[in-house]
Design a protein around this ligand. Structure first.
Ligand SMILES: *Cc1c(COP(=O)(O)O)cnc(C)c1O
Length: 379
């Protein structure tokens, strides 16, 4: 039995959690939260960063910070997780879906200008599989039309665009530490704020709309209700777990990249049979969040999934297009549109098991099974 994902444990998680229990301070923003904050600043230059209880929460904070009002339009890819859209739907936004690139599931920025209107308030880019969207043209369009940019960097920790860390490009960026991501604490997230103006407001929104963070720093002598907000901060128990993971990040990343390269090298041959391997544009790095193949058809993918499953190997497809979802078409009266690239990825993309503890023999088995399937199922 080979699972699709097994969360890696660095070894210090329990020890750090025990410290938290011993010190008797379990709520958020204590010692380990601070250690995580410093790590993100030192390692990636995330000057204003805030741990959240999920990537979804970080996106919801970004929507609040963007001051999205009912009727505002927000552009995003349709090939993404529901949270990318939900965060803005909760603010009353109208979602406008864009298609993917023909060679990568990331947003096709060349279609952006045709869907921007006077009501467009924000663009959300999703760095799919941790691979950077082409940020320069996107930022230029956003500047020209005065539109907020939000990076859904949920899968993109430790990944770069022209050498600069993802998460530093948009007005805001959201990362996820869900169990399925490279670095995890079960459920968790991070909001990065890239402008001074919003740094304090982010603190307030995250602390239930109060200026409690400033109070704890001794900057004011009492705290109260100053803005809208909610409870977005994780407890120290989660921060302790996460900090142990961050300390093991180099090791985790090295192993994941090794496994990714093995797949890429050993499966290259299937491109001669109508399959495609991932494309990493020259401006982007690969953080080995995901290894996927594109199958020649939905039917081929379905039988390959079944074939692997019969040997106990779990390979999985990914997003169902949001523009075709029940909720968008029925409840939000989303228009009928065609996004051919998005629909093709939804039907043909297959993700293979990838986690740092995937053994060499296990990976060999997965590769051999795929090669065998491809050779015996020629078109
Ligand atoms: C994982 C993920 C999210 C949600 O993160 P959670 O921490 O599970 O809330 C959002 N967007 C994308 C693209 C993701 O992959």
């Amino acid at each position: 039995m080979i699972r699709f994902n097994v969360p890696h444990i660095t070894g210090n998680e329990v020890k750090y959690i025990e410290n938290v229990i011993r010190w008797g301070r379990l709520s958020g923003d204590g010692y380990y939260s601070q250690q995580c904050r410093l790590f993100f600043n030192d390692e990636f230059g995330f000057k204003h960063n805030h741990l959240t209880t999920s990537g979804t929460d970080a996106l919801e904070m970004a929507a609040l910070l963007s001051r999205i009002n009912p009727g505002d339009e927000v552009i995003m890819p349709s090939f993404t997780f529901v949270s990318t859209a939900n965060a803005f739907v909760l603010r009353g936004a109208k979602i406008v879906f864009a298609d993917c690139l023909s060679d990568h599931p990331n947003l096709d920025h060349t279609t952006l200008e045709s869907i921007i209107t006077k009501k467009t308030k924000a663009i959300v880019v999703v760095h799919y599989a941790g691979v950077a969207c082409d940020m320069n043209p996107i930022l230029q369009i956003a500047k020209q039309y005065d539109i907020v940019v939000i990076e859904d960097a949920a899968q993109a920790i430790d990944s770069y665009y022209f050498g600069r860390p993802l998460g530093t490009f948009g007005n805001y960026a959201a990362f996820s530490f869900h169990e399925t991501k490279n670095i995890n604490c079960g459920e968790g997230g991070l909001l990065v704020v890239n402008n001074e103006k919003d740094a304090q407001r982010a603190e307030i929104i995250r602390e239930k709309g109060t200026n409690r963070s400033a109070f704890f720093r001794g900057e004011i002598d009492k705290y109260g209700w100053v803005d809208i907000g909610s409870s977005f901060l994780p407890s120290e128990i989660l921060a302790a777990f996460l900090f142990a993971q961050l300390q093991g990040m180099k090791n985790i990343q090295e192993k994941r990249k090794q496994i990714w390269s093995n797949y890429n090298r050993e499966l290259k041959i299937i491109e001669e049979f109508g399959y495609q391997l991932p494309v990493i544009p020259s401006y982007a790095t690969n953080n080995a969040h995901m290894f996927y193949i594109l199958c020649p058809s939905l039917e081929k993918r379905t039988s390959l999934i079944e074939y692997l499953r019969s040997d106990g190997i779990t390979a999985v497809f990914h997003y169902l297009p949001l523009h075709l979802s029940n909720f968008y078409t029925k409840n939000l009266n989303g228009p009928t549109i065609k996004l051919p690239n998005c629909e093709r990825y939804a039907e043909t993309l297959l993700r293979l098991p990838l986690y740092s503890d995937l053994g060499e023999n296990e990976q060999r088995l997965i590769i051999d099974k795929i090669l065998k399937f491809v050779h015996s199922n020629k078109m």
